[in-house]
Ligand binder design. Structure first.
Ligand SMILES: [Zn+2]
Length: 129
């Protein structure tokens, strides 16, 4: 085993902090936009169109960050459980190269390629052990 799990764990911790910070920044910019809207009623339509587009972009990136955060927190949880590096579906070790590239990976390559609805069942089973 050449994979340094401690290093991956600290990378995940850093990633989690970074994602939370990004979410905070997104929320702060939403608040800023709301404050701006209280301003004068002049030349609003063009601004509103731009704001709407920016708002949509923020929603998209917020969702992406949230999804990523869920994955990272799930991986950190697996560290606590001692199941980190094992596939959520089949329970086999995930290719270390894959973990190096994507520390929050929770599925092995073959399960990722063929998602099984049994994933949740395996997790439940895993919890009870
Ligand atoms: Zn698998």
């Amino acid at each position: 085993m050449t994979t340094n799990f401690d290093l991956l764990c600290s990378r995940l911790e850093n990633e989690r902090k970074r994602l939370i910070k990004q979410l905070e920044q997104l929320r702060a910019s939403v608040r800023l936009a709301e404050d701006t809207q209280d301003g004068g009623p002049f030349g609003r339509s063009k601004e509103e169109a731009i704001e709407a587009a920016e708002f949509e972009m923020r929603l998209v990136s917020e969702k992406r960050i949230r999804d990523l955060l869920v994955e990272v927190e799930h991986a950190l949880h697996k560290f606590e459980e001692g199941t980190y590096g094992l596939c959520d579906v089949c329970g086999k070790p995930i290719d270390p190269a894959r973990l190096e590239a994507l520390p929050q990976a929770s599925l092995c390559v073959s399960c990722k390629a063929h998602p099984e609805p049994a994933e949740e069942t395996y997790r439940e089973h895993n919890k009870k052990r």
